[in-house]
Design a protein around this ligand. Structure first.
Ligand code: FEO
Length: 400
């Protein structure tokens, strides 16, 4: 049976939810599933904005047929053709052979690479082009590298709806609640939204900033992303998050302590540090075992907070592999502007600390505190005193 939602008087959400997929992009765990959003406009012409992942194709086609109610499909706008949205393009063309596809030159090129064949009836658009479908006129806005090179967003000038591609999306399936004002976003969604942004789009902060600049010049009333809730009020809340994330500014003053421990002694050092910070009044402290926490969560938390403590055991005369992986991900995602402290552990040749510092030096605007703790197997009186110095140094750096 169809499962659709009305977005405006003539615009329908016709997407689907996947709660079975374990790993988004076969890498990021999605315990709450994910939605693949697609929107169908019924104007003098009928216009579908993007398709969906193949996993929800059956629901998607039933939805389209129901909303079209016997009408033909005139246009398919492809804002973003990554397979989680482009996989159903071919089936759309088979079912609606008269449909005219609207997309960018680069999108057609990559669609061909993926074997998403587009019929000859395709229109190539670029930044600033407009199209009128009857009552609604839309304009196309290039969004290169947000987060693929072909991406664009489409703005409906008539009613202020922005079809935002992957921008403003989130992990999490829609439990019947399509709109941001039907959920408690700040309680139930923001962590997944942050994890989605930071891991999927996080590398491309400057490109997101460019898109936000363009967005500030148009009167957006509704944001229709390709994943997660549709935004129809309080847009400033989410725009502000995007602004912070894409400038790599932390949302909050606070400390994430990420530790890699083999026998519990580096873990003990992390716990001691957390306890002393809290005792001295720094309450916004979270501790994660890097071996047991998915790196996408660590990345998300590192984007959220201002301070990061990396505590790693030495392994094969280097950084413990899971900690190394975390650092590599931080670098790949362009994380910057954080204050970082380092704790190392090693039973005969502790070296993790200097190697962590070397990697941090390769990132932008990372402030590495001079004070650090070098544990020999387990904390003792000397290293406990060093820990006190580190605690004071972290607190001092939070005063800025
Ligand atoms: Fe949701 Fe970039 O695809």
């Amino acid at each position: 049976m169809q499962c659709v939602r009305k977005v405006t008087e003539d615009l329908y959400w016709v997407g689907g939810n996947d709660r079975r997929l374990e790993l988004f992009e076969n890498i990021h765990p999605i315990s709450r599933g994910v939605s693949y959003n697609s929107y169908l406009l019924l104007d003098e012409k009928t216009v579908l904005f993007d398709t969906v992942d193949w996993s929800v194709g059956r629901q998607f086609f039933e939805n389209i047929e129901y909303v079209l109610n016997g009408r033909s499909l005139d246009y398919l706008v492809i804002n973003h053709m990554e397979p989680d949205h482009g996989a159903a393009i071919e089936e759309i063309l088979l079912r609606y052979p008269e449909v005219v596809v609207i997309s960018t030159e680069k999108a057609y090129m990559i669609m061909n690479q993926f074997n998403f064949p587009v019929n000859d009836n395709a229109i190539t658009v670029k930044e600033g082009d407009t199209m009128c479908f009857g009552k609604h006129t839309v304009t196309f806005v290039a969004a290169p590298m947000v987060h693929w090179p072909e991406a664009m967003v489409t703005f409906d000038i008539t009613n202020g709806v922005l079809f935002a591609a992957d921008a403003f999306g989130s992990f999490g399936s829609l439990d019947g609640k399509l709109f941001n004002d039907e959920v408690n976003f700040d309680r139930d969604w923001i962590d997944d939204a942050r994890r989605y942004y930071t891991n999927i789009v996080g590398k491309y902060g400057p490109q997101v900033q460019r898109l936000l600049k363009k967005a500030s010049t148009i009167d957006i009333k509704i944001i229709c992303p390709l994943h997660g809730p549709v935004w129809r009020n309080d847009l400033g809340y989410f725009l502000d998050k995007y602004d912070k994330w894409s400038r790599y500014e932390p949302e909050e003053k606070g400390v994430i302590i990420a530790y890699a421990s083999m026998y519990g002694n580096t873990e003990n050092a992390a716990n001691v540090l957390a306890t002393r910070l809290v005792e001295k009044g720094i309450k916004n402290v979270v501790v994660y075992d890097v071996s047991k926490t998915h790196v996408s969560q660590l990345i998300s938390e590192t984007f959220r907070l201002s301070h990061l403590v990396l505590a790693s055991v030495t392994y094969n005369l280097g950084i413990f592999p899971v900690m190394h992986n975390f650092l590599m991900d931080m670098k790949a995602l362009n994380l910057q502007k954080r204050t970082v402290a380092v704790i190392e552990n090693g039973s005969w040749a502790p070296q993790a600390g200097s190697k962590i510092t070397d990697l941090l030096d390769e990132m932008k605007e990372m402030t590495v505190l001079n004070e650090h703790v070098s544990v020999l197997s387990s904390l003792n009186e000397t290293t406990s005193d060093e820990m006190d110095v580190l605690v004071d140094s972290i607190i001092e750096s939070m005063r800025d």
